[in-house]
Write a protein that binds this ligand. Structure first.
Ligand code: GLN
Length: 488
């Protein structure tokens, strides 16, 4: 038997059900590996060793009577989601020491299904970033090359899965923060349709964009997590009440099935000058493989793609500037010493928000200010509609869209220091789907000549997650990129 941390989510589920090992053994092995690798990776902001072991013992004690799908399986949660017994910092000093009194719906559903939260993972401050370098608690390192970033903002969760610390982890994707780190770390990551997973208990960044997603080693593992956490929730008014094709049933029916006749569109705007050549070649090779498997591949156009980046960097900061107004030194976390209430606000925010968050609040406040609202925010909303319409038009011709997930592989830590625009450009291929609210999955399709993983993205119409899982699963059955792991 491989060592416990080598097991995938489904393998853990099966092994526990068959009584081949205990939850205690799984959790203990995960904690040992975390303890050994944290000094070099720094994937976690909080490790709940004692409570995880206690829950594992309880799970073993209960046994598998009426088996829950995630009974006794350790997982990790990005530290922008609340878990009631743990701190929640959102990677920021302004929430240092804050303990939320409730658990996010997505996490609660996983716990109710038996999962054991082993810890909270590192993130760019308030999920603003593409490298995890904006965390106030230090950078997370990419396990394929520790001198490189893991991507972000859900870098800690991507690393926790890639380094075999846990079989699955939750992240959030506002503009690419699951798909991009999944691609940098060689794992599979899903951004669901906006509204498919409740945002209750997610510390808000851009409320019209925020989605809770999942990382795993394969489409199958991610589908299992998604299926459990998705669905309507009375606590989130934007969560959608819509029946779901069960991804695991659709994967089951995909066994031995081909994707014959499936129409896959490749947007010409996603192969741009300046992107890394190997990313292009490997993505094209994976698309060719889908064609060999029976898909009908055609070139399509999403003509407003170039506006996604400027539109996102107006709308997301605008929403963030409103959402982050609540962090004032009164309600949560630390409070600066000051003589007046006004000064408490200014000083606490001035001292505790990091530079990227401050930049976004200023950008957002400016875009929303009386004299500029129409010119920036209003225009950006109109352009967002055009981007959404691009997808609607495309999905009249094709079932799925295939494209690169990121323009480059993982970059060196510090490479974009002092150049926020260069950092923003990392999101160029993930932002359009976020603005349109459509689901996307990113999964490994090869390596560059430095041995760094390359990820590709599939995008589906709203609520088409089952299709994403199915095609990715079929690809993963005939390839082994997703099984490669870093040597650490
Ligand atoms: N990198 C993008 C940003 O900085 C996306 C972040 C995210 O998806 N949370 O805003």
């Amino acid at each position: 038997m491989p060592s416990f941390t080598e097991l995938s989510l489904i393998e853990m589920q099966t092994g526990l059900r068959e009584g081949r090992f205990s939850s205690h053994e799984l959790v203990e092995a995960a904690l040992e590996r975390i303890a050994a690798l944290e000094p070099s990776l720094h994937a976690f902001l909080h490790i709940a060793a004692d409570s995880a072991l206690k829950q594992a013992d309880e799970a073993d004690h209960k046994g598998m009577a009426g088996p829950l799908p995630l009974h006794g399986i350790p997982i990790a949660i990005k530290d922008v989601l609340t878990v009631d017994s743990m701190p929640a910092t959102a990677g920021s000093k302004i929430l240092e020491g804050f303990r939320p009194p409730y658990t996010a719906t997505a996490v609660k559903r996983l716990q109710d299904a038996g999962a054991i939260v082993i810890g909270k993972t590192n993130t760019d401050e308030f999920a603003m970033g593409s490298s995890t370098e904006h965390s106030a608690y230090g950078v997370t390192h990419n396990p394929w090359d520790p001198s490189r970033v893991p991507g972000g903002s859900s870098g800690g969760s991507a690393v926790a899965v890639a380094a075999r610390l846990v079989p699955a982890a939750l992240g959030t994707d506002t503009g690419g923060s699951v798909r991009q780190p999944a691609s940098f770390c060689g794992v599979t990551g899903l951004k669901p349709t906006y509204g498919r997973v409740s945002r209750y208990g997610l510390i808000a960044f851009g409320s019209s964009l925020d989605c809770i997603g999942a990382f795993g080693r394969s489409s199958e593992d991610v589908a299992l997590i998604f299926e459990i956490m998705a669905g309507w929730d009375a606590l989130d008014a934007t969560s959608v009440e819509k029946p779901m094709v069960s991804p695991s049933t659709s994967l089951h029916s995909a066994q031995g099935e081909s994707i014959r006749g499936m129409r896959i569109g490749v947007p010409q705007e996603y192969f741009i000058e300046g992107m890394q050549a190997e990313v292009q070649t490997r993505t094209r090779a994976a698309i060719a493989q889908l064609e060999d498997l029976g898909a009908e591949v055609s070139e399509i156009s999403l003509p407003h793609t170039e506006y996604a980046l400027p539109v996102y960097y107006i709308l997301a900061p605008a929403e963030a500037s409103a959402n982050l107004a609540r962090f004032d030194g009164v309600r949560y976390g630390p409070r600066a010493e000051a003589d007046s209430l006004r000064e408490v606000f200014f000083k606490t925010r001035g001292q505790k928000f990091g530079p990227e968050v401050t930049r976004r609040i200023m950008l957002g406040t400016y875009a929303l200010s009386a004299g500029y609202y129409d010119a920036y925010y209003g225009q950006a909303q109109k352009a967002r509609t055009l981007i959404k319409q691009d997808f609607e038009n495309a999905f009249e011709q094709v079932d799925l869209i295939a494209c690169p997930a990121t323009p480059t592989t993982a970059f060196e830590i510090g490479a974009h220091k002092g150049d926020p625009l260069a950092m923003y450009l990392e999101d160029v291929f993930t932002l359009p789907a976020s603005l349109a609210g459509v689901p996307g999955i990113s999964f490994p399709v090869g390596f560059d000549n430095q041995g760094l993983p390359i990820g590709m993205q599939l995008l589906a119409p709203h609520f088409g997650e089952d299709l994403l899982f199915k095609v990715t699963h079929i690809y993963q059955q005939v390839t082994d990129w997703h099984k490669r792991k870093p040597e650490i």
